[in-house]
Ligand binder design. Structure first.
Ligand code: AHM
Ligand code: MG
Length: 304
């Protein structure tokens, strides 16, 4: 770490009485700066992430910024990101025990070129990585939409905040929806992947859902899931003929989003059961993701 990086991490040493709150706060405080830094970082970075995808300068930059700041939180002993190969050892377990954090620094970063929605995803595990979704103690995401919001799931409750900023600094994290639950009457659906690549069983399910709900798909999981959380419905990045494991990464995307949706009273699935109970064998493994109102996810599982 350079002296500048150390000073930046020190500046972000947040006052919080536990490492879980501190990790959430670090992401909240970093969000205005990440948002402000996107404009100049839309170019490709000439690198690939561990999933073989070409990174943008913004992916690499947001990853390094979050690693520096989250690794400095007392009580966080491991950091991992969709944008880097291995687990970063952040030092001793700290006074309050050892937590591991994972991030997808910029979810949906291919939306940066056409200037559409993106997100940042955080998972906090009370276990060493790779950890299971059931070992999450909190999950959160930032949504860079027309306004910047943050959804935090912890202690059986989901809260939505607006992140007000002054320049690129967080001025206030204001709760705007407490105890968020999925509406009972679902309205929207969004399914990823190319339709010709869908399996027959998923295509059948999709056909049925398309007759009942309204298509809303933006190409960034966080934006699409947030619509489901707001209006009710179902989001999927399904199994594909060419890739039965789908696209999304279990540890960085599947578990945290499953945790948020289940905490909000919805359901998550990999096609056969809750995402939170899928066994992790590899940090960057992929999984099909189906999340939304329980009845809609149950219907999917009944076909599979
Ligand atoms: P990323 O985290 O590397 O940006 O990839 C994940 C994104 C999801 O947000 C979204 O659901 C999916 O990829 C869309 O993929 P595609 O553009 O291939 O349909
Ligand atoms: Mg992602």
């Amino acid at each position: 770490m350079t002296d500048g990086d150390r000073a930046d991490a020190d500046d972000f040493a947040v006052a919080a009485d536990d490492p879980v709150s501190a990790a959430v706060e670090v992401v909240a405080r970093s969000a205005p700066e990440i948002r402000a830094g996107l404009a100049g970082r839309r170019r490709k970075a000439d690198e690939q992430n561990p999933s073989g995808e070409t990174q943008l300068a913004a992916d690499v930059w947001a990853d390094e910024l979050l690693e520096r700041r989250l690794a400095a939180v007392d009580g966080i002993h491991q950091f991992a990101s969709e944008e880097r190969e291995g687990v970063v050892d952040c030092g001793g377990e700290g006074a309050s025990g050892g937590y591991a954090v994972t991030v997808d620094p910029l979810d949906g970063s291919s939306n940066l070129k056409p200037n559409n929605t993106m997100g940042t995803i955080l998972g906090v595990y009370d276990a060493a990585l790779p950890a299971k979704g059931a070992q999450l103690v909190a999950a959160a995401y930032v949504l860079y939409g027309p306004i910047t919001t943050m959804v935090v799931a912890r202690d059986g409750e989901v809260t939505e905040y607006v992140l007000e900023s002054e320049g690129d600094e967080l001025a206030e994290r204001r709760a705007v929806r407490e105890d968020v639950t999925l509406p009972d009457d679902p309205v929207v659906y969004g399914f990823g992947g190319r339709v010709p690549n869908w399996t027959d069983r998923f295509a059948d399910y999709a056909g049925e859902i398309a007759d009942e709900l309204k298509l809303r798909y933006g190409g960034a999981m966080i934006g699409d899931v947030n619509q489901v959380l707001t209006y009710g419905g179902v989001f999927a990045y399904p199994e594909l003929e060419s890739r039965p494991e789908g696209k999304l990464r279990l540890q960085f995307e599947g578990y945290p989003i499953g945790y948020v949706v289940e905490t909000a009273g919805g359901a998550s699935s990999d096609g056969s059961g809750s995402l939170l109970h899928v066994e992790p064998d590899d940090l960057h493994q992929r999984t099909p993701v189906y999340v939304g109102n329980e009845a809609l996810v149950d219907r999917l599982e009944a076909r599979f």
